[in-house]
Write a protein that binds this ligand. Sequence first.
Ligand code: GAL
Length: 516
Amino acid sequence: MKIKLVWFILFAFGRLLSFAATNALSLALPAGAVAEKPAESAAIRTPKPSLAPRINGPKIFGVRPGSPFLFRIPATGERPMVFTAASLPAGLSLEAKSGLITGLLKERGEFAVTLIASNALGVAKREFRIVVGDRIALTPPMGWNTYYGFRLSVSDQLIREQVDAMVKSGLADHGWSYINLDEGWTMNPASKDPLLNGAPREVDGRIRANGRFPDMKALCDYVHGKGLKIGLYSSPGPLDCAGFVGSYQHEEQDALSYADWGFDFLKYDWCSYQQIAKDDSMAEARKPYELMAHALQKKRRDLVFSFCQYGKGNSWEWAADAGANTWRTTRDIIDKWETVSRYGFGQAGLENYSGPGRWNDPDMLMVGVMARNMPSRLTADEQYTHVSLWCLLNAPLIIGGDLRKLDEFTLGLLTNDEVIEVNQDPLGQQASRVAQDEKAQTEVWARRMEDGSRAVGLFNRSEQPASVTAPWNALQIQGAQTVRDLWRQNNLGIFTNEFSAAVPAHGVQLIRVRTK
Ligand code: GAL
């Protein structure tokens, strides 16, 4: 009981601090102002995509038998573009103009499909494996979430605008696909706002969305019409963290509503379940998540299940077994170097828990314009480190900033296909720290890719520029290797024994190393 109380106090204090940080920041600038981006190396590294077609996004896609199939082929290049596919299994059809694949696969099995995109400038092909079985999220989910940009100010209109922005900005052409509604869509009994303060459930117990969401099914249909996916949020407790209604004792009914409406993703946030749990044991932490996982699994719809319990009870050790596709390994992130680096590099040692369908989640990408119109406080180099590290770590890539306000720098950060490919590699091997100089505060992280090459991050956590070296023996490779700079998408040459780079303070050099 005592431990429980201490934990709750720590949790409440943590939330207060994060709230204070957000608000302290807002005092520094007049309302509505957008601070200048830090000038140092704010250079955009990502080259502009070519006008010829290129197919991006995952190379493997899992679906359960009988669940609706929806996949929008992400492709860059001049429009109009025509999409075709070779060996598409019966049951699926492809719309030539939009590249939307829809349908239903009843039987388990694996299908090797070739996706083809052509325009006036050329033709691109890509192998795409569809795996019909029990597992989904075979690559980490990529998308956006309302929380860091909008906190509790969410609405049907906001979601539609973000979906439109995901398509219009081109993000969807690089594989970004989930638009996730976080806290604030259910009723809030303590609220004075008449839109939020109504009966939380129908007479038969079905959950009601609040007045900001007039028609959840229509909203899901809108998102699916664009070829994208939509997520929502609940808590296993009676109320969620800000007092909106959660799913406690209505798990089956809520899972049914989510599936019927057409949601594709559920984030399930511990919050007030702290008062329900009998103790701090792993069994108690796991129980409500397993309950919801079973409820979701019975539905003829694939919902990615994202556990959010801030890493409580070493969730990485049991979450996948309890039905998670992703689980938070940390408390809430903030857009400060200290937190991003502590959370990101703190993933060392968790690599064996991660793999296709089951991902460690060190929280969202703190890039772009956040709540109160505040741009990320991370410097440009810190943002390169953040995105590079999250890609190496197999982390879900969930953007925190407003998609309607993406500047060129942020867009470059989020649309580098060679960088994203590291995150989406079908092998799903999370990077580990393979070399470290504690005094210089430099680290090398590496992962093996499906094609046998290595993706490697040379990181400098110190306050001054440093030279960082990746020795081949740490990468378990030998001899002549071609080294490619993934952010700039150019080859740096052939190296034997090791590769060294000058890395700016808090910065990174992200490379791919291939046998010559
Ligand atoms: C936290 C959670 C955040 C966000 C927030 C909403 O507990 O970790 O990601 O969902 O609640 O209040």
